[in-house]
Ligand binder design. Structure first.
Ligand code: 13P
Length: 264
């Protein structure tokens, strides 16, 4: 990784919502809203992570209308193309101009039995095809009780980045499991504490340049009401937004956090 100025990234993880027709309408509304607001995509990067079946439609729209919204996928196979029913290879995503891919989301770790080894293999596969993995880490409420706020996230991060090539680009998303979809977001201070610890972990594993360049997002019940508090933190470089990304107007307000980052 190279740049030391970290451009904030606001990413919308749609999860299993919005079919391809809804996706087109959604991205149109989002881009109109951001155009009205004169949003500068070079100042704050915007990415959407639709379901696989929407990717081609969204890619076509972004290209036709020359929209600067980035495309992300929610998962990928750790394997090369082959006899793997139902899986999606990294190179297929790269062909669709997908830039980012989520790996290690708790809904895959917990719902699909993905362990640290699988997450690391997926991150490697993404990087090998020129994609940027968004590596999700975070503890459950019970783990927080037992180990505190950062220990689980740090262990998950180490497992995921240790085997990446030296020049790999990646993004980290700290998503405490108890904050996802619960309406009970972490406090900005807690998010900062863990984001700082994750950055220090990157420094010890991969050196100072990586630690200064890597973007650490916060995820878990982010809304337009609380985004400013997170982005005011020195080590929080954006957000991975679930539910609130499904409303284009609300997501647009989140993207425009700078308009309210100094308020309140
Ligand atoms: P919510 O914003 O709905 O809590 O979801 C967060 C998340 O899991 C994003 O990946």
């Amino acid at each position: 990784m190279s740049a030391t100025v970290r451009v904030p990234l606001i990413a919308g993880n749609w999860k299993m919502h919005l079919d391809h027709l809804q996706a087109i309408a959604h991205v149109q509304k989002l881009s109109w809203s951001l155009k009205d607001a004169k949003h500068d995509y070079a100042e704050v990067e915007v990415a959407v992570f639709p379901p696989f079946t929407d990717l081609r439609s969204v890619q076509t729209l972004l290209a036709a209308d020359k929209l600067a919204v980035r495309l992300g996928a929610q998962d990928l196979s750790p394997h090369a193309p082959g006899a793997l029913t139902g899986d999606i290879a990294a190179e297929f995503l790269a062909k669709l101009e997908v830039r980012y891919v989520i790996v290690g989301h708790s809904e895959r770790r917990n719902g699909h039995g993905e362990d640290d080894g699988t997450v690391a293999a997926k991150a490697r596969a993404a990087v090998a095809s020129g994609l940027v993995p968004v590596i999700c880490v975070g503890e459950t409420a019970a783990e927080r009780e037992e180990h505190g706020g950062a220990a689980i996230a740090l262990a998950q991060l180490e497992a995921a980045v240790a085997s990446l090539p030296a020049d790999a680009e990646y993004v980290i998303a700290y998503e405490p499991v108890w904050a996802i979809g619960s309406g009970a977001a972490a406090t900005p201070d807690d998010a900062q504490t863990v984001a700082r610890a994750l950055r220090e972990c990157v420094e010890s594993l991969r050196g100072e340049a990586d630690s200064l360049a890597v973007r650490v997002l916060y995820g878990g019940s982010v809304t337009s009401q609380n985004i400013a508090g997170f982005l005011r933190q020195p080590d929080v470089d954006g957000a991975l937004v679930g539910g609130a990304s499904l409303d284009p107007d609300e997501f647009s307000r989140i993207v425009q956090f700078r308009k309210h980052v100094t308020a309140g």
